[in-house]
Design a protein around this ligand. Structure first.
Ligand SMILES: [Zn+2]
Length: 210
């Protein structure tokens, strides 16, 4: 007898009633989204192997939230940290306002001065490895959120320099930590470019000429 076995991804949607969506700024129907990999025999799922996504979703705007954390979509804290991480990596400490601009334009949420100060302190102290952090949050994101995170990484890089191989490699690493392939990273970058990079200007143009 031949046994045919393998793995298959399964998604489950469970309605959880109305919640206040921070993006819609009104009460909206929400659902819990569970995505997992199952061991299959003859195409029939037998055992769950790994749960790779668990988030709450507003059924109106499709924003994904970490369960029980509805202050902002789960992508927002990632966008904030990644923008600042990249700016600091290019030694652009003086231009953290660009991170605030990217966050507002991409997500519609403000990165306040006090949040910026705390994050800059935390990133500079290297308390958190950025790839580990992205990996730890990936399960709370859907495609929209992952795209925002990648666009944020691209835009922050674009503000600092013309994208070179090693800059692109860093964005690819973030994509890998999010659990998406290179095609998705390409797609996110193309989306930013199509929107004229949200009119985020390159930093050297802001610096006074000497
Ligand atoms: Zn919504």
């Amino acid at each position: 007898m031949i046994f045919l076995f393998g793995e298959r991804a399964r998604a489950k949607t469970v309605p959880i009633g109305s919640r206040h969506c921070a993006v819609c700024d009104t009460e909206q129907p929400f659902s819990e989204q569970l995505e997992s990999t199952w061991f299959c025999l003859f195409g029939l799922p037998l055992l769950p192997i790994e749960q790779f996504a668990e988030y709450w979703r507003c059924e109106h705007c499709l924003s994904a939230y970490q369960p029980n954390a509805l202050e902002a979509p789960s992508s927002v804290p990632l966008v904030k940290r990644i923008c600042l991480y990249i700016l600091l990596g290019y030694n652009q400490h003086a231009h953290v306002a660009v991170a605030q601009e990217i966050c507002l334009k991409l997500c519609g949420f403000e990165l306040t001065d006090s949040e910026t100060k705390d994050l800059v302190r935390d990133i500079s102290a290297r308390h958190v490895d950025i790839v580990d952090y992205v990996q730890s949050q990936a399960a709370y994101l859907n495609g929209i959120g992952k795209q925002q995170v990648l666009e944020a990484a691209f835009l922050a890089t674009h503000a600092c320099c013309e994208l070179q191989y090693e800059d692109r490699l860093r964005i690819n690493l973030i994509g890998n930590a999010l659990g998406v392939g290179l095609e998705f990273v390409d797609y996110a970058i193309q989306q930013s470019r199509k929107k004229n990079n949200y009119e985020i200007r390159r930093l050297r143009h802001l610096e006074p000429e000497v």
